[in-house]
Design a protein around this ligand. Structure first.
Ligand code: COA
Length: 261
């Protein structure tokens, strides 16, 4: 499949950089873009050498300015359902990627843009980032998971305020409420993301995947079962040569050579 609305690059081994590119609509998500996203995510999911994925928007103004309003305006309920389900599948696939996924939010992350960022494992924001769920201004609630992931990330009260007023949240507030992990000058954002990706890629690849799996799968379990899951994955890691290498290298005071095995 060749892409028209996104690019998927591998700037260094194991590090994928996915960029949303629909400049005429501030990178808004239409059905074709969602299909391309689904395809690109599946490619990363199938790549055993993948270590981390970065997602950003092309240009200086927007990460993603929402779902495409032009496409949605004449939706029948049946079409709206199919569009929402397609978006939901993309967000679930992002969340389920076995490697960490970092959103680099470089401007507007509104509606579907905020929902993509929420489906990533964490967010690095540019100083000009603006988050929001403005759908109520258009006469709809969010449809790609915003009503569910935003309360889980920032708490129900603040999420409901944002979901019902549609107000935009700037980068400094996003940092304060835990929506963004860090804020950087816009000109540094991709570089900082790549540095973080490189740091992750230097760790034990299976250990990184197991840590994400434990945290993500454990979210839907009670604490006892979640901790039992962690125990199983911890034990599984001790069947890998990476664990032997990582500990041997520590004791021999050298850098480990992980093989992903
Ligand atoms: N869907 C389709 N097109 C969009 C879009 C969207 N979600 N968001 C922006 N665009 C288009 C605009 O229609 C405009 O196209 P035009 O140049 O052909 O007129 C272009 O992108 C630039 O947007 P514009 O509104 O002129 O830029 P701005 O700087 O004045 O405002 C925003 C930027 C993001 C505040 C504004 O575009 C906006 O509110 N977008 C919609 C956000 C939204 O409601 N998202 C949720 C959708 S469910």
């Amino acid at each position: 499949m060749s892409y028209e609305n996104i690019t998927l690059e591998q700037p260094e081994a194991g590090v994928f950089l996915l960029t949303l590119r629909r400049p005429r609509a501030l990178n808004a998500l239409d059905s074709a873009t969602l299909d391309e996203l689904a395809h690109a995510i599946a490619r990363v999911a199938a790549d055993e050498q993948a270590r981390v994925m970065l997602i950003t928007g092309a240009g200086e103004r927007a990460f993603v300015a929402g779902a495409d309003i032009g496409e949605m305006q004449n939706f029948s309920p049946r079409e709206a359902r199919a569009f929402s389900e397609k978006g939901m599948r993309v967000m679930r696939a992002l969340e389920a990627l076995p490697v960490p996924v970092i959103a680099l939010v470089n401007g507007y992350a509104l509606g579907g843009g905020c929902e993509i960022a929420l489906a990533c494992d964490w967010i690095l924001a540019a100083e000009n980032a603006a988050f929001g769920q403005p759908e109520v201004s258009l006469g709809i609630p969010p449809g790609f998971g915003g009503t569910q992931r935003l309360p889980r990330r920032v708490g129900r009260a603040l999420a409901l305020e944002l979901l019902t007023t549609g107000r935009q949240m700037k980068a400094d507030e996003a940092l304060r409420v835990g929506l963004a992990n860090h804020v950087y000058p816009a000109s540094e954002l991709v570089q900082r993301g790549r540095e973080m990706a490189r740091a992750i890629a230097s760790k034990g690849p299976l250990a990184v995947r197991l840590a994400k799996e434990a945290a993500r799968r454990g979210e839907n379990l009670d604490l006892g079962n979640a901790c039992a899951l962690e125990t199983s994955l911890f034990a599984l890691a001790c069947a890998t040569s990476d664990q032997k290498e990582g500990m041997r290298a520590f004791l021999e005071k050298r850098t480990p050579q992980f093989q992903g095995k």
